[in-house]
Every structure is written in C-alpha cells, then in structure tokens.
Design a protein around this ligand. Structure first.
Ligand code: RTP
Ligand code: MG
Length: 139
C-alpha cells in the first residue's frame, strides 16, 4: 500500500551539510519527494511532534537540540516507505547503527547523548499522518 512518511533532517544534519546526502539516499531507493521545507521549529510544534516523549528524561535536551538550528522537513511517498525509511536511517543510537545506514555511515556520538542522530522518520501510518499534519497542515 502506498504510504507517506515525515522525514526530518535534524539541526545536526543541516549544520553538517548532509541534507543533500539524505535526500540522495532516499530518492536512490526509489521513494518520491512530495514536499520539502527548511524550517526553524518552535516549542509548540515540537511539543506536538514529540508528544509521546513528554516527561521522559531526554525530552528537554531533545527539544533544545531541535531548536538549535533549522531543520529540513520532507514528505516522501511510496510502497511501505515508513518501514523503508526507518531501515535506511538505522538504529536510534548512531554509534550502534549499522554501516550502510544514514546514522551508521554519517553519525557518531559527539558526547551529547543520542539525540544528535541526523534524521527523524515516522514510525507507523498513524504517526506519519499525525506528523505530516503538524509540519504540513495544507497536505
Ligand atoms: P526518530 O523518532 O527521531 O525517527 O528516532 P527513533 O524513532 O529512532 O527514536 P525515538 O525513540 O522516537 O526518540 C526520538 C528521538 O529522541 C532522541 N532520543 N534520545 N536516551 C536518549 O537520550 C534518547 N532517546 C531518544 C533521539 O533524537 C531520537 O531520535
Ligand atoms: Mg521515533
């Protein structure tokens, strides 16, 4: 079934000039880019986006990090793109992420925990539609 997913290049990825590399990998796998915007997040937007993590110990540092610079928000479309992008992204912790993945090839621990892991990808059809509604209300 054709799906849509929300992908973010997080502030570390934008700062390091890896936006093009992320897009290249996702397009090379065959998914279609349907929307893209360079955005600076707000606390309100992140509270909605990360609602499931509110109250966890990493929540505040994660929000501060996500406010530390612009992000590139994108919607990709394709058969099973949600699972496909998560497979491309690799494990949450870039130190442990497998080589061949975005996080495994391009990320590492910079001494600032695992939040600096370059990308976000929706994890299920319901969260994808919810997150697309938050970042791209007109879609
Ligand atoms: P994402 O949502 O960014 O695609 O990543 P994910 O599903 O692999 O990770 P998730 O559990 O949803 O966590 C969201 C983001 O929070 C940061 N995080 N820090 N223990 C920690 O310090 C910790 N755990 C998670 C990461 O930036 C993670 O991507
Ligand atoms: Mg997640």
């Amino acid at each position: 079934m054709t799906q849509r997913t929300l992908v973010l290049v997080k502030p570390d990825g934008v700062r390091r000039g890896l936006t093009g590399e992320v897009i290249r990998r996702v397009e090379a796998k065959g998914y279609s880019l349907v929307s893209l915007e360079l955005r600076t997040a707000t606390r309100e937007l992140l509270a909605a986006h990360y609602a499931e993590h509110e109250g966890k110990p990493f929540y505040e540092p994660l929000v501060e990090f996500m406010l530390s610079g612009p992000v590139v928000a994108m919607v990709f479309e394709g058969e099973r793109v949600i699972e496909g992008f998560r497979s491309l992204a690799g494990a949450t912790d870039p130190t442990a992420a497998a080589p061949g993945t975005i996080r495994g090839d391009l990320g590492r621990d910079w001494g600032l925990a695992v939040q600096q892991n370059l990308v976000h990808g929706s994890d299920a059809p319901e969260s994808a539609e919810r997150e697309i509604g938050i970042w791209f209300p007109s879609l």
